[in-house]
Write a protein that binds this ligand. Structure first.
Ligand code: SF4
Length: 401
């Protein structure tokens, strides 16, 4: 790649060495072929600029300027980066893009919930969901993997094989896409709806901790996307050895996908429990750095009729949570085709919640959202795969005909 940048790091505007165009420029590649800088972490951005010819020191400084445009202003066109010289912008545009990944499907619910199926490459699709009006503002549920290895039996994503981990950049671009749709640029605008991030989409974040941690650094960057670490929650099915490390590396809030209070039942519903049982899990939770009433652990508990919803289990849950600053999200099960479970009756969910509330644990019952546009997490991707398999079969038949 040609040298893109001038060598004087003291200039405020970015500029390039002015060589004749024939010496410096390759024919511009199509936008889809140029690597995108959008969503890159600051160190990755610096590395990309260094690869393009800047010294390490220059690249570090220029990366900060480009990052501000990409993640604070949300621009998708280098031409809009007005404190960067024209020549530099044009070279950036010839070699990189600021494009988002392709959106395969975008659905908007009557209740304001939005869901995207994002295509990161051939056969690499993951889901992202924006849920408005959680607390004062909305939360974006992001995916960390395409598919999952953990096979939780109530989870539709658990029926899909793991394709691969998402990169840190791919995780961050999910947030860029949501901000684009919500029109929430610059990133520090007042009353923004997208205020919180939850890693509760497809995949087990602690099996992709390096990338999740790098993505959180980018999301929390005050010069970029400006989402405070206390507004970012990472949910795990129970990869116990990585739990304290998650806290130390990210400062994010912790959520545990619990769903059962006995090992025999949890072994079945959340099979990673066979590897890290409840005792091991709770020892790891207690070691999470900085736990306090201001930094509580969220326990997610999906309500499965006749499986985990007895009032005795609610009382056992209270015992299990003893001395842990915690709240419990009770999630009415959202059935998907082929599941063996039903959702608990509303009265039972209410009674379960009352026991927890009386013991001092806030236990909101999550209202089903966006039911007119989608069912369970992971279903959009399955539907997309089915459509593409059907399209391939159809194409094969057409070729044979
Ligand atoms: S609940 Fe989470 S960890 Fe379990 S299968 Fe689904 S995506 Fe994977």
């Amino acid at each position: 790649m040609p040298q893109l940048f001038e060598s004087d790091p003291m200039k405020t505007a970015l500029d390039i060495q002015h060589k004749p165009a024939s010496e410096t420029r390759q024919p511009p590649a199509a936008a889809a072929e140029r690597p995108s800088l959008a969503g890159m972490s600051l160190p990755a951005l610096g590395a990309a600029l260094e690869k393009a010819g800047l010294t390490q020191k220059q690249a570090r400084m220029r990366a900060q300027q480009v990052r501000r445009w990409l993640h604070h202003a949300g621009v998708q066109d280098f031409a809009a980066m007005t404190n960067i010289s024209k020549a530099m912008r044009s070279e950036l545009g010839a070699n990189y893009s600021a494009a988002r990944p392709e959106i395969s499907t975008h659905q908007l619910s009557r209740d304001g919930t939005q869901k995207w199926l994002i295509k990161f490459g051939p056969g690499i699709e993951a889901e992202t969901v924006f849920i408005p009006a959680v607390a004062k503002s909305g939360a974006l549920c992001v995916s960390s993997q395409v598919g999952c290895t953990l096979n939780c039996t109530f989870c539709h994503t658990g029926t899909q094989r793991l394709v691969r981990n998402l990169t840190a950049q791919e995780i961050v671009t999910q947030v860029l896409i949501a901000r684009d749709a919500l029109g929430e640029w610059p990133a520090d605008m007042e009353n923004r709806q997208l205020s919180n991030i939850v890693f509760m989409g497809m995949g087990e974040p602690l099996y992709n901790l390096d990338n999740v941690s790098e993505a959180i650094d980018t999301l929390a960057d005050g010069e970029g996307l400006s989402i405070g670490r206390r507004r970012i929650t990472v949910s795990t099915a129970g990869v116990a050895p990585k739990i304290p490390e998650l806290g130390a590396r990210t400062g994010a809030l912790l959520a545990i996908s619990l769903h059962a209070v006995r090992d025999d039942l949890r072994d079945e519903i959340v099979p990673i429990n066979r590897k890290y049982d409840l005792q091991t899990l709770f020892e790891a939770i207690k070691a999470y750095p900085g736990l306090s009433n201001a930094k509580r652990v969220t326990f997610e508990y999906v309500m499965l009729k006749g499986v985990n919803d007895s009032l005795a289990e609610a009382r056992d849950l209270v015992k299990l949570l003893s001395r842990i600053p915690a709240k419990v999200n009770l999630i009415p099960f959202n059935p998907w085709p082929g599941t063996i479970y039903d959702c608990s009756e509303p009265d039972r969910i209410e009674a379960f919640a009352n026991i927890l509330n009386r013991a001092g644990y806030a236990s909101p019952i999550r209202r089903p959202r966006g039911q007119d546009i989608f069912a369970a997490c992971g279903q959009l991707r399955s539907d997309s795969e089915k459509i593409s398999a059907a399209a391939k079969r159809k194409a094969g038949l057409a070729l044979q005909a």
